[in-house]
Design a binder for this molecule. Structure first.
Ligand code: NGO
Length: 488
């Protein structure tokens, strides 16, 4: 069985396979609009390849049933039971039903992903699955600042990651090269395409309407958007648009990949008026709980200014109802325990992050030598960077978030996130090539219990996903570590 991430418990029932047919229908209980929407999502997945009508109904005669309540496995857990009469998915909450639907999709033959009719049998193997995630936060990050990706590309990315039960999409919206989100009270930020991208290509930005559309699209797939405004460093684009954010001196547009040279000024009041406006507008557009304030590589910010800055802006974000996420440097400002540091180092120790955990903070794990999707697989990989090393699929798979940093154990880990920085990525195909098959590996690291994880098993399971990617037009890297010819 090729399900990724590996479920918590699987009990096969030989002889109890269920076969989809022209009369297959999906039942959801009357009165549950969200379950109904998930039913429609599943039907839309199943119709093209099977050619069956697959109605969604609240009459209890259907063979696939999606029920809320009685799962007992938490907000994202589900129970999926298959016998000759049908398939039943039960969950306590809609996110769990959605997760169960992704499992059901993967239990069907890969041909189910075909956009065109395939004449064949459609069998779901008999048995019972009980499943729930190890960590609540499994994420991927797109960097829209170094090269912009369009709304449609981001939506396609959301569709892909949701299939692996990845439930957060972090958007790196601002950096030295560009500012990619419309802010009505500071309109010049997005004048001229919000600045250019690396090497002068890839400008663009999301209007607030587009951002809201994306947030809603992601929410329907149980993916929470986490917007990032990177500050006080990585702010050159804002300082090009507004010289008052740079002591009155207009900054020069930059399209190179240097880091650590720009900074908002911790002693200037205009800095905080700016942060207040940006955070207010972005928080209002963001139903999810988090707002990421960056905080990385502020090499041009004096240490005292960094602390002052963080101590002033954290309450602004919290006043607007959001929890603060920040790259791990934020830990040096001794933030309150509510702030989540995102670890992006590669060492096994980090005293400031460990101290934050001791004070009660939870940590998001993105070790750059394991989880950075922009690192090359090998020296031969045409795309990507190599400053944190090469990350083959096995490196992305074989690590434990609760053993990454001394003093940061299971209870301190919020989850894992795979950032994809886009200095070298231009097209969606570039993004996909670096994402697959490594994101499914990270997704399993975040979802599956340690005793359910096994590299030998994973490499065969992920091989069996290649036909699915091909049918959906998703590019991927043919890592020699994966037996691609494997016949599921
Ligand atoms: C670093 C840096 C980014 C780069 C990225 C490239 C963090 C948190 N800051 O990660 O600006 O784009 O590496 O891999």
């Amino acid at each position: 069985m090729g399900v990724i991430p590996a479920p918590m418990e699987v009990r096969p029932a030989p002889g109890q396979d269920f076969r989809l047919g022209p009369d297959t229908a999906i039942f959801t209980e009357p009165g549950s609009a969200e379950a109904r929407r998930i039913g429609e999502y599943l039907a839309a997945l199943l119709r093209p390849a099977t050619g069956y009508p697959i109605p969604v109904t609240d009459e209890n005669t259907a063979t696939i049933t999606l029920r809320l309540g009685g799962g007992g496995l938490g907000p994202e857990g589900y129970r999926l039971t298959t016998n000759v009469d049908g398939v039943s998915v039960r969950a306590d909450a809609p996110a769990g039903l959605f997760a169960g639907v992704q499992t059901l999709r993967q239990l069907l033959p890969a041909d189910i992903e075909s956009p065109a009719l395939v004449a064949r049998e459609w069998t779901v193997p008999g048995g019972a699955i009980a499943d729930r995630p190890r960590f609540p936060y499994r994420g991927a990050m797109l960097d829209l600042a170094r090269h912009f990706h369009t709304l449609d590309e981001i939506k396609a990315f959301v569709d892909q990651i949701a299939a692996y039960k990845v439930n957060h999409l972090h958007l790196h919206l601002t950096d030295d090269q560009g500012w990619r989100i419309e802010i009505l009270s500071w309109p010049k930020l997005t004048a001229g395409d919000g600045g250019s991208g690396v090497d002068g290509a890839g400008g663009g930005y999301l209007t607030q309407a587009e951002y809201a559309e994306l947030v809603a699209y992601a929410a329907e797939r149980y993916v929470t958007v986490v917007p990032e405004i990177d500050m006080p460093g990585h702010t050159n684009a804002a300082q090009v648009a507004y010289p008052e954010l740079n002591g009155g001196i207009a900054a020069t547009p930059r399209t190179d990949t240097a880091v650590g040279y720009s900074s908002l000024r911790g002693g200037d009041e205009v800095t905080y008026a700016f942060v207040e406006d940006v955070v207010r507008e972005l928080a209002a557009l963001t139903p999810g709980p988090y707002l990421h304030v960056g905080g990385d590589e502020a090499d041009a910010t004096p240490d005292g200014d960094y602390r002052t800055f963080m101590r002033r802006i954290i309450p602004i974000v919290e006043r607007h109802g959001k929890k603060v996420l920040g790259w791990h440097e934020i830990a040096k400002a001794d933030p309150p325990a509510s702030v989540v540091p995102q670890f992006w180092g590669s060492a096994g120790t980090h005293p400031e992050v460990a101290a934050a955990a001791t004070r009660g903070a939870r940590v998001l794990m993105s070790p750059s030598n394991r989880a950075y999707l922009d690192m090359k697989y090998t020296p031969d990989t045409p795309l990507g960077l190599d400053w944190a090393g090469y990350i083959e699929v096995r490196d992305a798979y074989e690590w434990d978030p609760a053993a990454q940093i001394e003093g940061v154990g299971e209870a301190h880990v919020l989850g894992v996130e795979a950032p994809l920085w886009s200095e070298t990525m231009r097209t969606l195909a570039d993004v996909e090539t670096m994402t697959y098959p490594r994101l499914p590996a990270i997704a399993e690291v975040g979802w599956s219990a340690v005793d359910r994880r096994d590299w030998e098993s994973f490499r065969h399971r992920v091989a069996a996903h290649a036909p699915r990617w091909t049918l959906r037009g998703t590019a991927f890297h043919r890592s020699p570590q994966i037996p691609w010819e494997y016949d599921q």
